[in-house]
Design a protein around this ligand. Structure first.
Ligand SMILES: NC(=O)c1ccc[n+]([C@@H]2O[C@H](COP(=O)([O-])OP(=O)(O)OC[C@H]3O[C@@H](n4cnc5c(N)ncnc54)[C@H](O)[C@@H]3O)[C@@H](O)[C@H]2O)c1
Ligand SMILES: CC(C)[C@H](C(=O)O)[C@@H](O)C(=O)O
Ligand SMILES: [Mg+2]
Length: 352
């Protein structure tokens, strides 16, 4: 019996999580689910967004299925108490340094993309984001008074060579299994952190002679993603650039409500979550797109539980419902059947 920690979180988190659980339950998998509060929900109940019991639960589980955290009403709390600390804290505590964010445009959704159909049809990008380093976790950080007396905020962008090496190996291996073309994104024309990143990528590339390594500055990468996204196959980048570029890549696929993600550590333990946030603007309305959460459950079966066949079964069910014309509001287009979040979950279950 595998143990799955279920952390739905805030906003639309519980709504989309209910759909993913519906799908997993319908498949009668040998799982024991344990739910817990995280983010704003945990802060409201216990005064902390990531109670230590939740970290313990995540550590002793075979995988974590995560919804989303955050609500603008908590934006004035001290940073360590804000809902987002739940996801950041779990990534750090579990050592989840790999973040796989596949941006796949299902043929049925080309009309929902903000780009012309010919630019995105057949799009299949794997974004590999480093997840436990960079300016997200660099020390020191804080607020101080500058020499000229102004109040200032500061953060530390940093990468140590071993941190870049381990994500480089993940990205090169992913490229070996795909088109053998890897785009590494940095800002080496300005940042020392990026120079270390680039030098390390070049050094690691010698171990993968079959893979063509291309470097791209992040500003250009942002442009290429909307200019000619299909030229990109595997893209590897640091934590901050990866956060930004993955939202951009998400829109190519039709909606951020489609983008699943896997966060993995050295021992294959993982946390699986949609790339989007808690969408407070549509929370409680039963209109959110649950497919990113459902596809994240499929990634959980594939990457942490060794259940490739079952993962494909879920992915095929998602393809089927899209082919049947079911659409939540974010991906709806003329002639399709508009469904609610829970109806989309029901449709996926029916298509399994
Ligand atoms: N991993 C996470 O838990 C995570 C990720 C990103 C943002 N956040 C947090 O979420 C909160 C809201 O942030 P934001 O508004 O910048 O980003 P967001 O991703 O929550 O929402 C951006 C836009 O996309 C829409 N959207 C997102 N997911 C959707 C879905 N499944 N179906 C349909 N529409 C969807 C929202 O309605 C909104 O218009 C913030 O507190 C932020 O910190 C959390
Ligand atoms: C909520 C936030 C901390 C998080 C991040 O920046 O990593 C989110 O935007 C994401 O993409 O998972
Ligand atoms: Mg993000």
């Amino acid at each position: 019996m595998k143990k799955i920690a279920v952390l739905a979180g805030d906003g639309i988190g519980p709504e989309i999580m209910a759909q993913a659980l519906k799908v997993l339950t319908a498949m009668k998998l040998p799982f024991e689910y344990e739910e817990a509060l995280v983010g704003g929900a945990a802060y409201a109940a216990f005064g902390h967004p990531l109670p230590k019991e939740v970290v313990e639960l995540a550590k002793r589980s075979d995988a974590v299925l995560f919804g989303a955290v955050g609500d603008f009403k908590y934006d004035t709390l001290p940073r360590h108490l804000r809902p987002e600390q739940a996801i950041l804290g779990l990534r750090k505590a579990l050592g989840l340094f790999v973040n796989l964010r596949p941006a796949v445009c299902f043929p049925e959704l080309t009309a929902a993309s903000s780009l012309k159909p010919e630019l995105v049809s057949g799009l299949d990008i794997l974004l590999v984001r480093e997840l436990t380093g960079d300016v997200y976790f660099g020390q020191p950080r804080g607020k101080r008074i500058s020499p000229d007396g102004a109040e200032e905020g500061f953060d530390t962008m940093r990468y140590a060579v071993p941190e870049v090496e381990r994500i480089a190996h993940v990205a090169f291996k992913a490229a070996m299994g795909r088109n053998k073309h890897l785009v590494s994104v940095d800002k080496a024309n300005v940042l020392e952190t990026s120079q270390v990143w680039r030098d390390t990528m070049i050094r690691v590339s010698k171990e993968y002679p079959e893979v063509t390594l291309e470097h791209m500055y992040v500003d250009n990468a942002a442009m290429q993603l909307v200019k000619a996204p299909k030229k990109i196959d595997v893209m590897v980048t640091g934590n901050l650039f990866g956060d930004i570029l993955s939202d951009e890549a998400a829109m190519l696929t039709g909606s951020i409500g489609m983008l699943a993600s896997a966060a993995l550590n050295e021992i294959g333990q993982g946390l699986f979550e949609p790339s989007h946030g808690s969408a407070p603007d549509i929370a409680g309305m039963n209109i959110a797109n649950p497919l990113a959460q459902i596809l994240s459950a499929a990634m959980m079966l594939r990457y942490s539980l060794g259940m490739e066949e079952e993962a494909v079964r879920i992915e095929n069910a998602v393809k089927t419902v899209l082919a049947q014309g079911y659409r939540t509001g974010d991906i709806w287009s003329e002639g399709c059947k508009k469904v609610s979040c829970s109806e989309m979950g029901d449709a996926v279950v029916a298509a399994l």
